[in-house]
Design a protein around this ligand. Structure first.
Ligand code: BDR
Ligand code: CA
Length: 492
């Protein structure tokens, strides 16, 4: 039976689509059966059949075969042998030719009026789009201090191909079809994929309907893209992960130097001192692929804790539920964002009786329309499970903290992921009292300035929406980012 090291060393091969279990064994499904909203079944604007056709029309791509392992002890063993095997893998990968020798990042100084003099952070985002992932992508695009280099797609909230479809559709919605989008591995390293349609909707974007993406999918395999770009621009890139860590684990297995090749790694995942959202003590992104999370955290332990390119320890920053559940997006936030864009959101965002209809002032702005439809679903989910009409926006907070580390306060701690628990597999076991006596491997966020984050989120995404009204011409991808403080087009 192959271990993860063998997996990484095998030549990639084309395999069939993985088996997907929708929400099995999680709080997020099986508790209350998910019922499609009538708007989905009656939709005329983006028929599901077309989406399915598109999915089957995707070109084949290479992914390593997953080991078929069920025994937790064997899984742990394979994780450990994977760590021992990284050097051989790295040697093979170093010989691989660069795919985009012409690639150069934008100048680090933004030319936009609001961002003049602003350092731009070149960033790769790994996500499982996903409603809050899509908000994070919009925030990245709306931010003058962000240079979104590429997006890699991981299975999680929905399957990886749907993630890639959603990601590209959202980038097009935001006027950025130039961003490279690559798909990664389609299954967790050692477990069957579990998705969460009850949280994000059957296609991952709630009640929203987006036109099928036209921008091409990158021919690169997601983990390869991460490794290649990190090698090409050592010490420059920030990697933000908003999904199960499958792609990043494969990237680390292929390039053990990755922690020191990246400028920063920011992870949305884990629950360090708070309750879980999937099992009682576990968070979704870590629970879906705990072996991958353990490989990534372990990569920063021991030697990995050495100084990184900026002279500071090459530890990732992790935002767990401890802080991301403080980022509660409420209907009033959306109303302010919509007003900035010069329109009103769907009346149903106000919550209360009859909230799920599409009554209220019609929303014509495509980004506000998207946000209203996606968030209505997300808010209904949180109203059922978390007892407030609003939504935790985990992923945008993590992305914002990657751009501005002062949004969070962190503590350096030693973290391991439980891989063989009876009740706790996927738990991020954190040594707050230093009883293990090991060097820290993660900077865990313990506080977040969520009010400052929300001001920024509303201002930036509102301005992005204002620049994307239906009559607006498509944005030139080479143009400098729009000034997020400029007045909305129709209010100027
Ligand atoms: C994480 O789980 C996913 O459903 C969200 O997109 C977020 O990344 C929060 O636990
Ligand atoms: Ca996510």
């Amino acid at each position: 039976m192959p271990g993860a090291a063998d997996v990484a060393d095998e030549a990639p091969e084309v395999i069939e689509a993985p088996e997907v279990i929708e929400g099995v064994g999680t709080r997020r499904l099986g508790v209350a059966a998910w019922v499609p909203h009538p708007a989905m079944t009656n939709s005329t604007s983006a028929p599901l059949a077309t989406r399915d056709n598109k999915r089957t029309a995707l070109p084949p791509f290479s992914i390593p075969r997953a080991p078929a392992q069920d025994d937790p002890a064997q899984r742990l063993q394979s994780t450990q042998s994977a760590r021992r095997g990284v050097s051989a893998t790295a040697r093979v990968m170093r010989a691989a030719p660069a795919c985009r020798p012409d690639m150069a990042y934008d100048p680090v100084v933004s030319e936009s009026a609001a961002g003049r003099g602003t350092q731009r952070t070149p960033m790769i985002v790994d996500c499982d789009t996903g409603i809050d992932d899509s908000l994070a992508l919009l925030y990245a695009i709306a931010s003058p201090d962000c240079d979104l280099v590429a997006v890699t797609c991981t299975a999680g909230n929905v399957d990886a191909r749907q993630v890639a479809e959603n990601t590209r559709a959202v980038l097009e919605l935001a006027g950025r079809p130039d961003v490279e989008v690559a798909i990664g591995r389609e299954t967790p390293l050692a477990r069957k994929l579990v998705t969460t349609p009850e949280t994000h909707g059957p296609r991952g974007i709630g009640y929203a309907e987006l036109p099928l993406a036209r921008m091409p999918l990158s021919p690169r395999f997601g983990p390869d893209l991460i490794v290649e770009e990190a090698r090409r621009h050592p010490g420059e890139l920030t990697l933000v992960t908003l999904a199960p860590l499958t792609n990043v684990a494969l990237a680390v297995l292929r390039e053990p130097e990755l922690p020191r090749l990246l400028r920063r790694v920011v992870i949305m995942g884990g629950s360090y001192r708070s309750a879980g959202n999937t099992a009682p003590t576990t968070e979704w992104n870590v629970t879906v692929d705990p072996e991958a999370a353990e490989i990534v955290f372990e990569a920063f332990a021991g030697e990995g804790a050495d100084l990184g390119p900026n002279g500071r320890p090459a530890r990732p920053t992790a935002l767990g539920l401890d802080v991301t559940e403080r980022a509660k997006l409420l209907p009033e936030h959306m109303a302010r964002l919509a007003a900035l864009a010069g329109c009103e959101p769907d009346g149903s965002l106000r919550g209360g009786p009859g909230a799920s209809g599409s009554s209220g002032v019609p929303t014509v702005n495509p980004i506000v329309r998207y946000l209203a439809d996606a968030l209505r679903f997300y808010m209904e989910f949180h109203s059922r499970y978390d007892h407030f009409y609003g939504a935790f926006i985990h992923d945008p907070l993590a992305l914002a903290a990657a751009l501005d580390p002062t949004l969070v306060r962190t503590e350096a701690v030693s973290v391991e992921v439980e891989l063989g628990g009876r009740l706790t597999t996927g738990e991020t076991v954190t040594d707050w009292r230093r009883v293990w006596g090991r060097p820290p491997n993660v900077d865990v966020a313990v506080e977040a300035e969520v009010d400052r984050f929300f001001e920024r989120f509303i201002e930036r995404v509102g301005a992005l929406a204002a620049g994307r009204d239906p009559g607006a011409p498509p944005r030139d991808p080479r143009a400098p980012p729009r000034d997020p403080r400029a007045p909305p087009r129709d209010l100027a």
